[in-house]
Design a protein around this ligand. Structure first.
Ligand code: FAD
Ligand code: SF4
Length: 477
C-alpha cells in the first residue's frame, strides 16, 4: 500500500505575499493582510473585461450584477460596490466564501473560458461585504412602516433567514422557529469554520434580531409546537427545514463503534468551536485526533469531513469514492485543497463491509465504470477478486442526505411531497397546495447550495408580499 505523506495544514489563502510567516509580528498581520486583500480585490476587479455578455451573472443563481460591482471596486468606489452587491444577495460575504464558484460564476467568466484564469469573483464579493461590515455600512433592518401581518418560518438556515430578511424589511412581523439552539442551519452546524467563520454567521443572526425578527430557538416543530398551531398563528408559514436524514448503507459490520455519520462529526466539531461541552467529542467518539480516518463519499460533505479530520490531527485521512475523479459530485477545487493537505483519494472504491468492533478497517471492493444508467451517468460495477482491507479507527459516512417525512412527523397528510419526500412547491414562489403554506431551500430541491436557498427565500418572500398586497387580501383584513 502506498505510504501516506505527512499531513500538512494549509491555513491562509495560498497566494499570500512573500513577506509572510516568521518575519511578520502577529499584531502586524491583520494590517498587512487587509492591505493585501484590498490590493488583490482591486487587481482582480480590474481584470474584468466588462465583456457585455455576462455569463458570470447568468450563472449566478441570484443573478448578481457582478460586472458592475467589479468595475466599482476597481475604481475604488467600494461603498457603491457594496450597495449593488447587497441589492440582490442577502448574505454576499457568505456566498463569497462558500459558493462553489468554479461551477457557477467563475467557471463561466469569459476570461476563464479564454484560458487566462477567472476573475476571483467570490473573493471580491467577500472583500466588499467584509469591508462594509468594518466600515459600518451594514445597518440593522429598519422598516419604514410596521405591518400587522405575521409570517412564521420553520428553519433558520439560509433559506428561512433570507425570507425573514425580505419580509421584515417590508414591515411584516416575522418569527423564525428552529430546533437548534443557534440560528444559521448548516451555515452554523454543518459547514466547517475553516470555510465559513462562525462569527460571520452570528453577526448576520444578530443583525436580523436587532431588526425585529423574533427567534424561537430550541423549538422542534412537530414536538414543541404543532404545524397546525403555526398555521393558525400566522398569516403564512414558510417551511425551510433542509434535509437531515442521512443515507445509510447496508453492509456487514454496520453499527460497529467507530462508524459515524458525517453530520454528527461536523456538528460536534462546530459545537466545539463555539466552546460548547460536547461529550462525544471529548470521549473521542466524534474526534479524529490520532486516528486513521476513512471517509466514505465523494460530495462536498465528504470533503468537509476529510479536511476537518486533518485539522483535528488525524494520523492519516483517506477518502473512498465509488466512481472516478471526473465523476464525483463534489467541487474539484475542494478535492485539490484536500489533496494539498495530504488527503489520499481512493477512486473507484466502495465499502463491502467493516471489520472489528470498534472498527479496525473497511473491506473495500474495487469498481470500474460500466454502461450509463437511466440518469446518463456511468454506473459503477464491482471488479471481482480485487478486494482489500483499508485500516481505520474512525469511519465517517458521507453518503448524502434525504428529507425527513414531514407529513407524518407533523401529522399533516395533506402537505404535498414528491416521491423523494421533498415538499412540492411552485417554482419561483415556493407556494404549496396548502393555503398559506410555502416551502424553500433544500426541503424543496433536495441537498443543494446555500446560494439557491437564498434565492428561494427571497423569491418566496416577494411572492408572499405580493399576495398580502392584493385587493382581495386587503379586503379580507
Ligand atoms: C457539511 C455540508 C457542507 C456544505 N457546504 C456547502 C458549501 O460549501 N457551499 C454551499 O453552497 N452549500 C453547502 N452545503 C449545502 C448548504 O448548506 C445547504 O444547501 C443550505 O444550508 C440549505 O439551506 P436551507 O435553509 O434549506 O436548510 P438548512 O441550512 O439545513 O437549515 C434548516 C434549518 O431547519 C431546522 N429544522 C429542521 N427541521 C425542523 C423542525 N421540525 N422544527 C424546527 N426547525 C427545524 C434545522 O435545525 C436547520 O437549522 C453544505 C451542506 C453540508 C451538509
Ligand atoms: S453568489 Fe455565488 S455564484 Fe453568485 S456571484 Fe457570488 S459567489 Fe458567484
Amino acid at each position: 500500500m502506498a505510504k501516506q505523506p505527512m499531513l500538512k495544514f494549509v491555513t491562509v489563502e495560498r497566494d499570500m505575499p512573500e513577506k509572510r510567516d516568521a518575519e511578520i509580528r502577529k499584531e502586524d498581520f491583520h494590517e498587512i493582510y487587509a492591505e493585501y486583500a484590498a490590493e488583490k480585490a482591486r487587481e482582480q476587479s480590474g481584470r474584468c473585461s466588462q465583456c457585455g455578455v455576462p455569463y458570470c451573472q447568468s450563472h449566478c443563481p441570484l443573478h448578481n450584477n457582478i460586472p458592475d460591482w467589479l468595475r466599482l471596486t476597481a475604481e475604488g468606489r467600494l461603498q457603491e460596490a457594496y450597495e449593488v452587491s447587497q441589492a440582490t444577495n442577502t448574505f454576499p460575504e457568505i456566498c463569497g466564501r462558500i459558493c462553489p464558484q468554479d461551477r457557477l460564476c467563475e467557471g463561466n467568466c469569459v476570461i476563464e473560458q479564454s484560458g487566462h484564469g477567472t476573475v476571483t469573483i467570490g473573493a471580491v464579493e467577500k472583500y466588499i461585504t467584509d469591508t462594509a461590515w468594518e466600515e459600518g455600512w451594514v445597518q440593522p433592518i429598519s422598516p419604514a412602516q410596521e405591518r400587522t401581518e405575521s409570517v412564521g418560518i420553520i428553519g433558520a438556515g439560509p433559506g428561512g433567514l433570507a425570507a425573514a430578511d425580505v419580509l421584515r424589511r417590508a414591515g411584516v412581523q416575522v418569527t423564525v422557529y428552529d430546533r437548534y439552539d443557534r440560528a444559521g442551519g448548516l451555515l452554523t452546524y454543518g459547514i466547517p469554520g475553516f470555510k465559513l467563520e462562525k462569527d460571520v454567521v452570528m453577526r448576520r443572526n444578530e443583525q436580523l434580531e436587532k431588526g425585529g425578527v423574533a427567534f424561537e430557538l430550541n423549538c422542534n416543530v412537530g414536538e414543541d409546537i404543532t404545524f397546525a398551531d403555526l398555521r393558525d398563528k400566522h398569516d403564512a408559514v414558510i417551511i425551510a427545514t433542509g434535509v437531515y436524514k442521512t443515507r445509510e448503507i447496508e453492509a456487514p459490520g454496520v453499527g460497529a463503534r467507530g462508524l459515524v455519520r458525517a453530520i454528527d462529526f461536523l456538528t460536534a466539531s462546530n459545537r466545539k468551536s463555539f466552546g460548547d461541552a460536547v461529550e462525544e467529542f471529548d470521549t473521542g467518539m466524534l474526534n479524529a485526533e490520532g486516528k486513521r480516518v476513512v471517509v466514505i463519499g465523494g460530495g462536498d460533505t465528504a470533503m468537509d469531513c476529510v479536511r476537518t479530520s486533518v485539522r483535528q490531527g488525524a494520523t492519516s485521512v483517506k477518502c473512498l469514492y465509488r466512481r472516478d475523479r471526473a465523476n464525483m459530485p463534489g467541487s474539484q477545487r475542494e478535492v485539490q485543497n484536500a489533496e494539498e493537505e495530504g488527503v489520499i483519494f481512493e477512486w473507484l472504491s466502495a465499502p463491502r463491509g467493516f471489520a472489528g468492533d470498534p472498527v479496525t478497517g473497511v473491506m473495500v471492493q474495487k469498481m470500474r465504470l460500466g454502461a450509463p444508467d437511466a440518469t446518463g451517468r456511468q454506473a459503477p460495477e464491482v471488479i471481482e477478486g480485487a478486494d482489500y482491507v483499508e485500516d481505520a479507527d474512525l469511519v465517517i459516512m458521507a453518503l448524502g442526505f434525504e428529507p425527513e417525512e414531514l407529513p407524518t412527523l407533523w401529522n399533516e397528510p395533506e402537505l404535498p411531497v414528491t416521491r423523494w419526500g421533498t415538499v412540492k412547491a411552485e417554482f419561483n414562489t415556493g407556494a404549496t397546495d396548502l393555503d398559506g403554506v410555502y416551502a424553500v431551500g433544500d426541503i424543496v430541491r433536495g441537498a443543494s447550495l446555500v446560494v439557491w436557498a437564498i434565492r428561494d427565500g427571497r423569491d418566496c418572500a416577494a411572492a408572499i408580499l405580493a399576495k398580502l398586497d392584493t385587493p382581495e387580501a386587503i379586503a379580507a383584513e
